[in-house]
Design a protein around this ligand. Structure first.
Ligand SMILES: [Zn+2]
Length: 385
């Protein structure tokens, strides 16, 4: 079936009290594996392309400097890949833009087939954030596409998102933001941090989502609450990477226990990226360790050299540049490249499968109302007169 928008997926999570993971995609093989593992667990699925990941998928390996053209091309490629696997899947699948930084980026994603977009105006003054978000909501809702906004600032690094320290979301402002912008979901700041160095024993301030949710109920607002920077950074995977010669230091995530408490406090969508990156990197290091002949393969030997040169990194995008055709289009020219694809697919399934179970979204696919984008368009028109 056709891809669905974010709103019905988060409405179900809210109504039936479970957490819905949202997973970033930087390669065709990753999109396929994320959808397959959700299907296996009968879970609804949210796949995200980050603004700059779209630049990477557009062929710009120096993706921090991707142009709008790169992003447009990449947004379409991720869209094509998710549609190819998602439309034949038995579960509802959302294709969401993560951290859209301006109206044009969001428009490029929507025009490329995304069914949901995030506009991140969190670094702007409140009134400007409202204006920018409203502009995106208008364009998106006229097409049945959902919108996520952000209020409050998270610490850490995630692609282009840099913030020195965290400013928690003011619940009163969150309610005002929902009312003024009509967003479907809101990312809040309550103690999570982007990246793999969140510090030891992070405690989330769950009073914030509890308060916002309570006020939303009183005001009749039905939106979703989103937790960014929520990777768990599994210690066993970090240990395995370091045992294979990696040099990862100061890597800590948010504990599963904290995330479960956040879900019970009203958080519906939980964004995870780092966990997948770590598992894929470990799998590649393990592959080259166990199959030494691949270290000099003309097809994938360069990946091994990049892994050796960047022992303190774990973003597969740093290592996969020698096989960009495979990353962007899914071509598998030979068995050496197929081994790398296997590393990506197994890594995704290991960590995403774990989180589907921990967040409680397994078996929930039939609970999602499968409205088409045309039906959503009608819904918004009726409700936003
Ligand atoms: Zn984020």
């Amino acid at each position: 079936m056709a891809l669905v928008s974010l709103k019905p997926v988060l409405d179900a999570a809210n109504k039936y009290h479970y957490g819905q993971g949202a997973f970033n995609v930087n390669a065709v093989a990753q999109a396929k594996a994320v959808i397959q593992v959700h299907e296996m667990f009968r879970s609804p699925a949210i796949l995200q392309g980050a603004d700059l990941a779209n630049g990477f998928m557009g062929g710009c390996t120096d993706f921090v400097h991707a142009t709008l053209e790169d992003k447009r091309r990449g947004a379409k490629r991720i869209g094509d890949a998710v549609r190819a696997f998602g439309e034949s899947a038995s579960i509802p699948v959302v294709l969401h833009l993560d951290h859209g930084k301006d109206f044009e980026s969001c428009k490029a994603a929507i025009d490329g087939g995304y069914t949901s977009v995030m506009i991140d105006g969190s670094s702007l003054p409140f009134a400007e954030n409202v204006d920018l978000t409203r502009e995106v909501v208008k364009y998106a809702h006229e097409r049945g596409v959902s919108v996520e906004g952000e209020l409050g600032v998270l610490a850490g690094v995630e692609d282009h998102v840099f913030a020195a320290d965290s400013t928690y979301t003011n619940p009163l402002k969150a309610i005002e933001f929902f009312k003024k912008t009509k967003v479907d979901a809101l990312a809040i700041s309550y103690g999570t941090i982007h990246g793999a160095s969140k510090g030891k024993d992070v405690k989330l301030r769950c009073q914030i989502p509890i308060t916002i949710r309570e006020c939303m109920n009183h005001e009749g607002i039905t939106g979703g609450l989103v937790s960014h920077g929520s990777s768990t950074v599994p210690a066993y995977i970090v240990d395995e990477i370091n045992a294979l010669g990696g040099e990862l230091k100061n890597t800590y995530g948010i504990s599963i226990q904290e995330l479960k408490e956040a879900i019970a406090s009203g958080i519906n969508k939980i964004n995870v990226d780092t966990d997948i990156r770590l598992a894929v990197t470990r799998n590649m290091k393990e592959l080259f360790e166990g199959r030494r002949e691949l270290q000099t393969s003309v097809w994938v030997g360069e990946i091994y050299r990049l892994l050796e040169k960047n022992k303190d990194k774990f973003d597969p995008r740093v290592f996969l540049t020698p096989i960009m055709d495979t990353v962007m289009l899914g071509n598998i020219p030979n068995s050496d490249v197929a081994e790398i694809i296997g590393c990506i697919e197994r890594g995704v399934k290991e960590v995403v499968g774990t989180l589907i179970v921990q967040f409680g979204s397994y078996g929930k696919a039939p609970l999602v109302s499968r409205k088409t984008l045309d039906e959503m368009k009608e819904f918004y028109r009726e409700n936003e007169k």
